[in-house]
Design a protein around this ligand. Structure first.
Ligand code: SF4
Length: 420
């Protein structure tokens, strides 16, 4: 099928040069009831949300992103950007800090949850405040870029952890920073020898694609390897403008991956997920994660059940190319980390074999080889020192150490066989 992409509906009253300027888009963001009313006929629930706005997460949308929403109250894009009175109720779980980031926050603006990577929250500003946001407790709170003292302390922390190999720039949206600010951050990170990979998590290609300029992409490219993590949630977000933005990254050798969130009434249907994933893949963007929505305060109306998500994924399995298939995962609340959710095709298991029934009904056994023939690669020790540096980043993990010691080598298997 030929992929068609539409352009955003710029209102005639807005000059095209202004519309194409990301500074104009940010300066003219919709924030108040009056501003939103110029674009949408607000429902009673939406008006109530604005009236009790002080109790809500920040509200903001670029005119560009607002132009993608349709008039119906239940339009998927409207649900992402429009506050609603339903947010005023905490919800069934309603967590202030669903990912337990405050427990893993060794210095302001740094989240260190996994041994080999850190999140660096360089700004709390976003150009759109998505109603499902996980980090509501932080995002849009101060509406500010990182303070100099916090910035220096964060760099010092990352410098002091040789096991950290990857820094994920997040926030807020790092691409709300100016080119100069971003270049400075990337330059400072590249001075840290043990940092191998930098990721930039951003919604700007989705909500303000005019931010992606040749100049910005060239700055990022100087600091390769840098991965761009986008957050497209619905196929209608992939406009011609967004297409050009992500293609500019890919054409400059910057890999782009997408993390979507399964959202109630937005994309919780296999037809929507496949349409999004196929379009992204066509643009050379790898659909990477499909997250279960985190139970942050006031997000119940946007969450799906895990059963609903698994059913969607099961329908996609086998029919959607593996390249287009995002990994369905849930973040265990309170900082438990990610868990992959995969359809269960197992019928029965024993020590010798497992029996599976595949996505289209084929049933077969997988029979294990003899256990005493299995050994680990004889050159594993050459890589163990490198592996162990990861563990230095956090306190040592005794379970992992034990696993390493338990690796059977060919020599050990041989001497055990001889001693039998
Ligand atoms: S862009 Fe990301 S951080 Fe900002 S509000 Fe949306 S989901 Fe939250």
């Amino acid at each position: 099928m030929k992929m068609n992409f539409a352009t955003a509906n710029r209102p005639e009253a807005i000059d095209s040069q202004n519309w194409q300027s990301w500074h104009w888009q940010l300066r003219n963001s919709l924030k108040s009831l009056q501003e939103f009313s110029q674009w949408f006929k607000l429902t009673a629930g939406e008006e109530q949300a604005f009236q009790q706005g002080a109790e809500l997460f920040n509200i903001r949308s670029t005119p560009y992103y607002a132009s993608l929403a349709r008039a119906q109250e239940l339009d998927p894009i409207r649900r992402i950007l429009m506050p609603h009175a339903q947010e005023l109720s905490k919800g069934s779980q309603g967590l202030f800090d669903p990912l337990g980031e405050r427990k893993n926050n060794p210095t302001p603006r740094v989240i260190h949850r996994y041994p080999d990577r850190v999140l660096f929250l360089i700004t709390d500003i976003c150009s759109v405040y998505c109603r499902f946001c996980t980090r509501k407790h932080f995002t849009g709170a101060e509406q500010a870029f990182i303070r100099e003292s916090e910035y220096q302390n964060a760099l010092a922390y990352i410098r002091s952890k040789p096991g950290v190999r990857e820094v994920i720039l997040s926030g807020g949206d790092p691409l709300t920073l100016s080119d100069q600010q971003l270049d400075r951050v990337l330059t400072d990170l590249r001075k840290i020898e043990h940092i191998e990979i930098i990721r930039i998590g951003t919604r700007m290609p989705v909500v303000c694609p005019m931010r992606i300029t040749e100049g910005l992409v060239k700055i990022i490219r100087k600091h390769n390897p840098v991965f761009l993590m986008t957050h497209f949630n619905h196929p209608r977000e992939i406009t011609i403008e967004a297409k050009m933005a992500v293609e500019m990254f890919v054409d400059h050798g910057i890999p782009v991956m997408n993390q979507m969130v399964l959202l109630n009434g937005v994309n919780n249907h296999p037809a929507i997920v496949q349409a999004l994933s196929r379009r992204l893949l066509f643009l050379r963007v790898k659909p990477y994660y499909m997250f279960q929505c985190d139970p942050s305060e006031g997000s119940d109306h946007l969450r799906t059940s895990i059963e609903d998500s698994l059913a969607i994924q099961k329908e996609l399995w086998g029919t959607l190319s593996g390249l287009a298939m995002p990994n369905l995962s849930v973040d265990i609340p309170n900082g438990g980390g990610k868990v992959a959710l995969v359809p269960d095709f197992l019928i029965e298991a024993s020590k010798e074999k497992r029996t599976y029934k595949g996505w289209d009904g084929v049933t077969a056994d997988y029979i294990n080889p003899c256990a005493n023939q299995i050994f680990k690669p004889i050159d594993a020790s050459e890589y163990e020192a490198e592996w162990r540096t990861t563990q230095l980043a956090k306190e040592s993990n005794p379970d992992l150490t034990n696993q390493l010691l338990r690796i059977p080598t060919k020599e050990r298997l041989h001497s055990e066989a001889q001693s039998r």
